[in-house]
Design a binder for this molecule. Structure first.
Ligand code: FE2
Length: 277
């Protein structure tokens, strides 16, 4: 389905934006379902906060359990000093993860189909396996920064194969925290690796290559319905959202079944079988 020009851009840049890949109606159905999941979520005493800037604050057990479940994670700035929510629950969730695509029929339908299968084949995924899905809310006012990273740090395979499918459910621009990428950065080394040792998770430094400077980073403003695919080694970033507009996105992380998936990766499937597109 990709043109020769798009194939060349994918090889050269390590990412590809496909405007209009999903319709507004498809996006609306997914957004509605995501909000239903948040409405039904009972935080209880275990308030898993998602923070990419302070990984030690991750509730390791909650993250590990979410590998084969559907779990809501709060924004780091969601709570005040006394531990009370600063705003309603629906505006306090950072993300939902990580097995929506296998456990929820609405997400399953959005995440699979002939168009995605054909695209994955064009991107070189011979036997795609869908490990992880996330709804990322990037809430108005408090949506957190996601610092520079490479998704391959979380999905080590030999050879490297993880590919990210990032769907804009709403317009993403410089004000509400769109993606930033380093074109061609997929040819740079893997800087870090997120490892699981028993019930402990930790980020290991692998390489001192610096993250891209201002001159190397490119913002990727996109309209709702756009699918951005990127190589797992592509450095990317998104700024905090201080605007009054949310920036909802949905992502899938997909590896090639022909590559060896590391036993040290945090996400392991023990009960739910892995499937393709
Ligand atoms: Fe990422």
């Amino acid at each position: 389905m990709l043109t020769a020009e798009q194939q060349a851009a994918w090889q050269q840049d390590g990412y590809l934006a496909l405007p209009g890949f999903k319709t507004a109606a498809e996006g609306a159905v997914l957004q509605r379902r995501a909000r239903e999941i948040v409405d039904a979520f009972e935080p209880g005493d275990t308030r898993a906060v998602f923070s990419s800037t302070q990984p030690e604050r991750l509730a390791d057990a909650a993250l590990i359990a979410s590998a084969e479940a559907v779990h809501c994670f709060f924004e780091e700035e969601a709570f005040d000093a006394s531990g009370a929510l600063r705003q309603p629950k629906a505006q306090s969730i950072n993300k939902i993860g990580h097995a929506l695509h296998d456990l929820d029929p609405v997400f399953d339908a959005f995440s699979r189909g002939p168009a995605l299968a054909a695209l994955a084949a064009d991107l070189g995924l011979l036997r795609p396996l869908l490990w992880q899905s996330m709804v990322i809310f990037k809430q108005p006012g408090i949506g957190g920064e996601v610092r520079w990273h490479q998704d391959a740090s979380f999905f080590v395979t030999e050879p490297q194969s993880v590919t990210t499918f990032w769907f804009a459910l709403e317009d993403a621009d410089l004000d509400n925290g769109c993606l930033w990428v380093q074109p061609g950065g997929h040819r740079t080394p893997l800087r870090e690796r997120f490892e699981r040792h028993g019930e402990r998770l930790q980020m290991q430094r692998l390489d001192d290559t610096p993250w891209p400077g201002a001159g190397e980073a490119r913002p990727l403003p996109v309209s709702a319905g756009t699918l951005v695919c990127f190589d797992g080694r592509l450095p990317h970033y998104s700024a905090p959202n201080r605007s009054p507009k949310s920036r909802m996105a949905y992502t899938l992380h997909v590896t090639d079944g022909g590559a060896a998936y590391s036993a040290l990766n945090w996400l392991q499937r023990e009960r739910l079988p892995l499937r393709g597109f």
